[in-house]
Design a protein around this ligand. Structure first.
Ligand code: ADP
Ligand code: TRP
Length: 331
């Protein structure tokens, strides 16, 4: 049995990228390992949400975790800010995280570009807080999408550096994990890059999305005028549609449109219609469960209390030991 930790920021709702990159693996791992899945609300502060949005976002992600089949008895489902031990470990790790390595981090460079008027210290040290999330429970496996690979590498750097500085074998080395071999990158609908909530409204399909909106978004997805020569390589936007089909459609459907593409007879309008219907069927159980759970405030509260209690018993042990190692000792 290994220890597993992963989290998702509390901004917004879960989309298909979050599901296939992360949450689907959480569901599969929860009965086999010691699992901690949390909602990264401290991390969300890097974008300065209004307090009511922060609160609503946390509640929504918890509802969606449960709707995906996460079991609060099997796994520990908690809110990051219910664990101030994480913030303390973040403080300690920050002392040994160097400016150069933080500035070189790809996600930081992207943020400089996407939010140039809010380049705060939290963004720079984002990977340190993430390392604290993971190391606080001594995790070895971290189910995440491909975009998080570099953050995991930094987590290993911070953990092993701590071990070296204090001459201990305390933190294990955690690795990004996905069932199968490759980490997943689900493409968005705008023709390039990954599906993400910050990449523009029409780019992501959410698990709780209204069917009519799914149809609208998919029909608006970028395509081109179609292949003219058999065997022509697929442009990125077209390949993305096929990749999305692989996630939600049947093998027959995929083979049908593959054949049409290769024969240059494909009509993208038809392909998109089919993709939208398959996405609607795929998300149906999530939509139903999300609605159901949304009105069950008592249950959500119970889950959150239970998670905080379980998570703190693991984290308080770590922080006590870390303080001792660093030299904060009783007089
Ligand atoms: P977003 O990218 O929408 O802001 P997060 O950064 O909170 O979402 O991601 C939460 C988890 O979902 C991470 O493990 C991340 O790797 C995964 N994830 C997000 N988008 C994708 C995607 N398009 N493909 C695969 N995994 C993804
Ligand atoms: N950085 C992750 C993301 O944006 C979210 C996250 C925060 C996380 N802490 C984590 C993921 C710890 C795994 C483990 O997707």
């Amino acid at each position: 049995m290994e220890t597993v930790v992963s989290g998702i920021r509390s901004t917004g709702r879960l989309h298909l990228g979050n599901y296939f990159g992360a949450v689907r693996n959480f569901v599969k791992m929860q009965h086999e390992h010691r699992c901690f899945f949390f909602i990264a609300d401290y991390h969300s502060l890097t974008t300065h949400p209004a307090p009511s949005d922060l609160h609503a976002g946390v509640r929504q992600i918890m509802i969606e975790y449960l709707a995906c089949g996460l079991d609060p008895e099997a796994a520990t489902l908690y809110i990051q800010s219910d664990l101030p031990e994480t913030a303390e470990l973040y403080l300690f790790l920050n002392m040994n995280a160097y400016m150069g390595e933080l500035e070189r981090c790809t996600s930081f460079k992207e943020k400089i570009r996407s939010q140039p008027d809010n380049i705060n210290g939290g963004l720079l040290t984002y990977p340190v807080l993430m390392a604290a999330d993971i190391l606080i429970h001594h995790a070895t496996k971290v189910p995440v999408g491909k975009d998080q690979e570099q953050h995991l590498e930094m987590t290993r750097t911070f953990g092993t550096r701590f071990n070296r500085i204090y001459k201990v074998q305390y933190f294990p080395e955690p690795y990004a994990f996905n069932f199968g071999t490759e980490l997943v990158k689900v493409p968005g609908l705008d023709g390039s890059g990954k599906m993400g909530k910050s990449e523009g409204e029409g780019n992501a399909i959410f698990l709780g999305e209204d069917p009519e909106l799914i149809r609208k978004k998919v029909m608006r997805a970028v395509t081109d005028s179609g292949p003219v020569q058999p065997g022509q390589p697929r442009p990125e936007a077209i390949q993305n549609l096929f990749s999305l089909m692989h996630l939600v459609s049947s093998p027959d459907t995929i083979a049908h449109f593959d054949g049409q593409y290769n024969a240059c007879t494909i009509k993208y309008g038809e392909m998109k219609k089919q993709l939208a219907e398959d996405m609607i069927s795929f998300t149906e159980p999530f939509r139903t469960k999300i609605k159901e759970l949304s009105s069950d405030g008592d249950y959500i509260r119970k889950v959150i209390l239970l998670g905080a209690e379980k998570a703190r018993s693991s984290a308080s042990k770590t922080i006590k030991e870390v303080r001792e190692i660093i030299g904060f000792r009783k007089f």
